[in-house]
Design a protein around this ligand. Structure first.
Ligand SMILES: Nc1nc2c(ncn2[C@@H]2O[C@H](COP(=O)(O)OP(=O)(O)OP(=O)(O)O)[C@@H](O)[C@H]2O)c(=O)[nH]1
Ligand SMILES: [Mg+2]
Length: 457
């Protein structure tokens, strides 16, 4: 592929006080540009993978900062071009002054994602891997980080490519048969075709099913805590998040504004939302709180419905929960009987959990946490982390590929299937899969993808 003609430069590290920062250049003139501002050993003739101690100097030859310049030579570098990484001191000034100096010396400021884009264009990584770089940077939980690292390492791409190779073989078999159509020879073994298509369909459906978990990984899991006033919702929010964020009081109707707290539970990002207690009220402010609570419940990923174990669920609440179940069968609802320490009778079987939110060491709380993770992730294990679809673009291509595979399956099941039609559908499915890893792309798609990156990546 074509190398970028210009040499680009950017500060690759975050702004602010830090021991070190990195200013990075990539392109054919990376070495001469740095060499022109470098006081130390001559960089020009150096081999790749070598580091040099020295000084970056301003245009008058005065030192700007003490640095280490590391040289990587094309094609053995992250972008496939010559790269120089200037490691300088962190803080607000040194990196900026060096950046400015390198631009003066002929480098151009990089666009967001331009380094990764060059890596992609030079065949250093496929598109799904490049996108994983952005996901890795934006990861907000350790599980999200693990999944994007898996994707970056190419495990996800490998699955897509394996599937693609199978479909390719299938298409080739059918097309071979078409070539010899007049001779009436059937090369393609029907049972084998059916088997391969079934396999592709299972793989694609599995990947698409993982999207829900993928979206949770990306955006976090919204767990709304709802229920009657005074049930102990705010107490439960505080204990689940380990922070005393919400006001707790024996007065019914304490919470009005929603309180959202992000916390990582077993590697997953959860967004717990405490809401106003559900009841009819004349108080205008509380009524607005109730309206918001109802809205939050409808848009939750998981609902924790809290009730007082002493009182149990009243008639109206039961109806509310049944109606909710009918309206939103997909919404997981966990019923939590709180204040178990006060409840003499322990046989309320309306509850999935019985606990005392005031007792932070209640083992039922740990069980509840586990259940939340399990509900959100459908038991996703570490080993499967590579097969989780986190990217909306991939999801669309996978859905289309699945449709084409299913059409091909339908066609095969009819007696008078035309090989032409069958091979067309397989080619279309192949096209969709190719778009994920970037074997088939357009300028627009690339522009769209890389603009999501930060500068310097
Ligand atoms: N004994 C006991 N008291 C609890 C427990 N959980 C909460 N409480 C008490 O119940 C009262 C109400 O708790 P909150 O957490 O404010 O209840 P809430 O559901 O947020 O109430 P609203 O904000 O009014 O809707 C407080 O006095 C808490 O200390 C529990 O497990 N055991
Ligand atoms: Mg409250």
């Amino acid at each position: 592929m074509q190398q970028g003609l210009e040499t680009i430069v950017a500060i690759a590290t975050a702004r602010g006080r830090a021991a070190l920062a990195i200013v990075r250049l990539s392109g054919p003139d990376a070495v001469p540009i740095v060499a022109a501002c470098f006081r130390g050993k001559s960089l020009e003739q150096t081999k790749g993978h070598t580091a040099f101690f020295g000084y970056i100097t301003d245009i008058q030859g005065n030192d700007i900062d003490q640095v280490v310049a590391t040289v990587f030579r094309a094609p053995k570098s992250a972008t496939g071009e010559d790269i120089v990484e200037v490691t300088c001191h962190g803080g607000d000034f040194a990196p900026q002054l060096i950046l400015h100096r390198l631009v003066q010396a002929g480098a151009r400021l990089a666009e967001p994602g331009e380094f990764t884009q060059r890596a992609f264009l030079n065949g250093k990584m496929d598109l799904a891997q490049a996108e994983a770089v952005a996901d890795l940077i934006h990861a907000s939980s350790s599980m999200a980080h693990r999944v994007s690292l898996n994707h970056l390492q190419g495990r996800y791409s490998a699955q897509i490519m394996a599937l693609r190779a199978e479909l390719m073989e299938l298409a080739a078999m059918i097309e071979l048969e078409l070539d010899f159509a007049e001779e009436d020879v059937a090369f393609a073994d029907r049972d084998r075709l059916v088997g391969l298509l079934k396999n592709a369909q299972i793989l694609l459906s599995g990947l698409l099913d993982s999207w829900r978990v993928g979206a949770f990984l990306r955006d976090g899991i919204r767990v709304v805590i709802g229920g009657r006033p005074n049930a102990g919702k705010s107490t439960l929010l505080n204990v689940l998040t380990g922070r005393n964020r919400a006001i707790v009081s024996p007065i019914a109707g304490t919470t009005r504004d929603e309180i959202e707290v992000d916390v990582e539970v077993m590697g997953f990002l959860f967004r717990f939302v405490d809401t106003a207690g559900l009841r009819e009220t004349q108080d205008l402010i509380e009524a607005e709180g109730v309206r918001r609570a109802e809205h939050s419940i409808r848009t939750a990923d998981i609902l924790l419905y809290v009730f007082d174990a002493v009182i149990g669920l009243d008639e109206e609440e039961s109806v509310f929960l049944t109606t909710l179940k009918q309206a939103q069968p997909q919404l997981p609802v966990l019923r939590v009987a709180n204040k178990a320490d006060l409840a003499l009778q322990m046989d309320s079987f309306e509850a999935d959990f019985r606990l005392s939110a005031v007792h932070w060491d209640d083992p039922a709380l740990e069980a509840l946490r586990k259940k939340l993770v399990q509900t959100a992730t459908q038991g996703l294990a570490d080993a499967e982390a590579s097969a989780v679809v986190t990217n909306q673009r991939h999801r669309q291509h996978l859905a289309k590929a699945l449709r084409h595979v299913e059409t091909a399956q339908d066609l095969l099941s009819t007696e008078l299937v035309s090989g032409d039609r069958l091979s067309l559908d397989l080619r279309l499915a192949l096209h969709e899969l190719g778009a994920i890893t970037g074997e088939i792309t357009t300028e627009d798609i690339l522009g769209e993808i890389f603009s999501r990156f930060c500068i310097g990546k």
